[in-house]
Design a protein around this ligand. Structure first.
Ligand code: FMN
Length: 311
């Protein structure tokens, strides 16, 4: 499925289409291979990895909510060494850019991880996760403080020649401040949003639904918020923006692209319909034909702003 007119340029990254899978919702690719051939995707973002393996938070870690879900997985992952030795060789056999989502508890851990992955063939880019709300140290703490955002991005920048995407948290007062901090520190692109902090309570037991008490809300419920944040960030920076948050259909993807996102990621919707990314790629192609566009670039950032057009 090498679709005509769907190729996009994301800073130094060339993608055959703008549709990626979001970190943590597609494992390391292998889990989905019977349903989605990785090389059909624009890019594959793997589950966030840290220097050492992490068991994650105790269960229950998932709770379904109206139009979405709460999760507090806590960045469970196999660790960088196992990823490089056991996951990457398989991923490398597909013609798909592999974007590795990285996470550290300290600045030094981000640096070591970036340096280690820098020398590994088969990795197209690093996505810096400074936005996970479900861990006690690091994670969102880095992403909410513009000074820390600068430090993490600069640290990763100094350790790797790979393209860097910084993944922003929505759990801030003004996301354009952290977006600009990441841009100025050398990020090649931004991705947003990560989950929005939330919680749920069992009224019979009067206990939290999640063992971690709070979790990250994702899925269709967060889409309008994500879209607004993407729109604001697109105005504030000159590096490319990848939009995500509740995208579950071609129309959702188009909303983000029209608002100015250069590419999109699909997260929670993969759990509902594992083939949704392929349907969106197909749907984008059909949309181009229906509107007489020859290239997706004619759609990206094409939001019509006039006083009379508010539908
Ligand atoms: C179960 C689960 C695990 C996730 N793990 C990660 C992760 O490891 N790293 C990361 O940056 N984001 C992680 N995310 C956040 C998603 O990549 C995405 O930013 C978020 O879910 C919003 O998109 P969506 O509404 O399409 O799911 C995770 C989300 C879910 C639901």
């Amino acid at each position: 499925m090498n679709r005509q007119g769907l190729a996009v340029q994301l800073g130094p990254l060339q993608l055959k289409n703008p549709v990626m899978v979001a970190s943590g919702t597609f494992g390391y690719g292998q889990e989905y291979v019977d349903m989605v051939r990785p090389d059909l995707l624009g890019a594959l973002v793997v589950k966030g990895i840290s220097l050492e393996p992490r068991p994650g938070n105790p269960p229950p870690r998932i709770w379904e909510t109206y139009g979405g879900m709460l999760n507090a997985i806590g960045l469970q992952n196999v660790g960088a060494r196992v990823f490089v030795e056991e996951k990457l060789p398989w991923l490398k056999t597909f013609a798909v850019p592999v974007i590795v989502n990285i996470f550290g508890n300290t600045l030094e851990e981000y640096r070591s991880l970036a340096a280690m992955l820098d020398g590994c063939p088969g990795i197209a880019a690093l996505e810096i996760n400074i936005s996970c709300p479900n861990v006690k140290a690091g994670g969102m703490v880095f992403g909410t403080d513009p000074h820390m955002v600068s430090q993490v991005v600069a640290m990763v920048r100094s350790a790797t020649a790979l393209p860097i995407i910084t993944k922003l948290t929505p759990n801030v007062t003004d996301i354009t401040v952290t977006a600009r901090a990441a841009e100025q520190a050398g990020s090649d692109a931004l991705s947003l949003i990560n989950t929005i902090s939330g919680m749920a309570v069992n009224v019979e037991t009067r206990r939290p639904r999640l063992a971690n008490v709070v979790g990250g809300l994702s899925g269709p419920a967060i889409k309008p918020i994500a879209l607004r944040l993407v729109w604001q960030v697109v105005q504030a920076v000159s590096i490319p923006v990848i939009g995500l948050g509740g995208i579950s259909s071609t129309e959702d993807a188009l909303e983000f692209l029209i608002a100015g996102a250069r590419a999109i990621q699909v997260g929670t919707a993969n759990f509902v319909n594992p083939r949704i990314t392929l349907e969106i790629i197909e749907g984008l192609q059909t949309y181009l034909q229906r509107h007489g566009f020859s290239h997706i670039n004619e759609v990206i950032g094409s939001l019509q702003l006039s006083e009379s057009s508010t539908d």
